[in-house]
Design a protein around this ligand. Structure first.
Ligand code: NAD
Length: 392
């Protein structure tokens, strides 16, 4: 019979033999891959090294990046499924400017909800009742389905009129207006206080609203009142929102707004000072990125979105017998943008997820174009003057 004293040394030498064998396997495999160098090999090695976290950014703000990126194989290439790594569970996102499921605010809410964020929204009082009724009746259910098959839940809807900062700003005719009847606490300051009381600290604030009462008028015919109203509702509202929400946002949080190319290029039909308001919004994005970055550690960005047939955009105007402004804008984009493909609100939602999650940890002060590249064109390739000219 074998005694323990004889068995133990034999077991130890077998273990060291196995260790040597596995060490040599790794050395041979690395040598083999380096000798067959190509892009795929580097990706394979990268995923290998990921496990030991070599040369990778660790997201400080992110208990939220939960699992390591899952490699998937498509067309024989390894791709990192980054979306699977965004985990916003435990984060709260307030989205100002949601009143139905057709607009960018809704799509952003869905993207953030897909990543696990708690969604709360701010809705303009004149459309609040119809939105709440729609939610109750399940009118938006089909547009609420998340990637895992569950339904997006809007945890709370706050009445919000973003042209008023404090109760003192609300004029008598608004207080007594039937569309505001029975409501109070809808100024930015009051909504911020209510959100803080309900949720404590929050992480993400989205400004997805705009309003220009004279939008259908050329700038040359816009009144001072109309111009300032566009600026107040569409640009200063973002400054005020950040001003009032930032003090109770977590460090590492993000603020995001939506802008339009009319800020920097002439878009006939987008009038009433709305182009000016969008230019303000983009300029303010940079200044606020600096100030809120230094003061609160919050990032501030804006997405310059391509044309989408939302409710607000559909209201921009139409000549009898013609398409609406937004229908022209969509057709123009398809005919002239580098990417001749449809743009969906989800495309903006996904970019918003990047910009507001730890994936965009170091991105601030930018205007990010999500427009199939239309912004970079200097010539309309479907113009009559270009007839007969080969494009490329
Ligand atoms: P939308 O109708 O979904 O959103 C606009 C929202 O603003 C509406 O819910 C409306 O009720 C709200 N609103 C208006 N005045 C308000 C006020 N005083 N206080 C609070 N809320 C108010 O339409 P959308 O087109 O998705 O617009 C969202 C943002 O996207 C806007 O900033 C818009 O300028 C921008 N954008 C839209 C397009 C487009 O083609 N649709 C393109 C680029 C940028």
């Amino acid at each position: 019979m074998l005694s323990l004293q004889r068995l133990l040394p034999a077991a130890l030498s077998l273990r060291s033999l196995l260790q040597w064998v596995s060490l040599w396997r790794i050395v041979i495999e690395i040598a083999f891959r380096i000798s067959h160098t190509n892009a795929d090999t580097f990706l394979t090695l990268e995923t290998y090294f990921q496990k030991i976290d070599v040369g990778r950014t660790t997201f400080r703000a992110s208990t939220s990046v939960a699992a390591p990126a899952t490699p998937t194989v498509r067309n024989g290439k390894t791709e990192l499924n980054m979306a699977a790594t965004v985990d916003l569970k435990g984060k709260v996102a307030f989205i100002a400017g949601v009143a139905d499921s057709t607009g960018y605010g809704w799509a952003i809410a869905k993207s953030l909800a897909n990543a696990g964020a708690t969604i709360i929204v701010g809705t303009w009082p004149p459309v609040l009742k119809i939105f709440e009724k729609g939610l109750e009746r399940g009118n938006f259910d089909a547009d609420s389905i998340l990637d895992d098959g569950s339904k997006m839940e809007i945890a709370k809807v706050y009445p919000l009129d973003a042209v008023f900062d404090t109760p003192d700003d609300v004029p008598e005719e608004i207080k007594t207006n039937k569309r505001y009847a029975g409501l109070d606490g809808y100024t930015i300051e009051e909504v911020a206080k209510a959100v803080e009381a309900d949720y404590g600290k929050i992480d993400i604030v989205i400004h997805s609203l705009a309003n220009g009462p004279e939008v259908t008028k050329p700038l040359l015919e816009t009144s001072r009142k109309g111009y300032l109203a566009a600026s107040s509702a569409s640009a200063y509202s973002a400054v005020s929102l950040l001003q009032k929400f930032a003090p109770f946002m977590n460090e590492g949080g993000a603020f995001l707004s939506l802008t339009y190319i009319a800020s920097e290029k002439v878009i006939p039909g987008y009038g009433g000072g709305m182009s000016s308001a969008k230019a303000q919004l983009e300029s303010d994005t940079k200044v606020l990125a600096f100030e809120a970055g230094r003061k609160y550690g919050i990032r501030v960005n804006t997405i310059s979105a391509g044309p989408l047939k939302s409710r607000a955009a559909s209201a921009i105007g139409k000549e009898p017998g013609q398409k609406t402004f937004i229908e022209y804008a969509i057709d123009y984009s398809k005919a002239n943008a580098p990417l001749a493909q449809d743009l969906y609100s989800e495309d903006v939602g996904n970019t918003a997820l990047f910009l507001t999650s730890p994936l965009g940890r170091t991105v601030t002060g930018v205007t990010m174009y999500v427009d199939n590249g239309l912004h970079c064109m200097g010539m309309a390739i479907d113009s009559k003057s270009m007839d007969g000219r080969a494009m490329f």
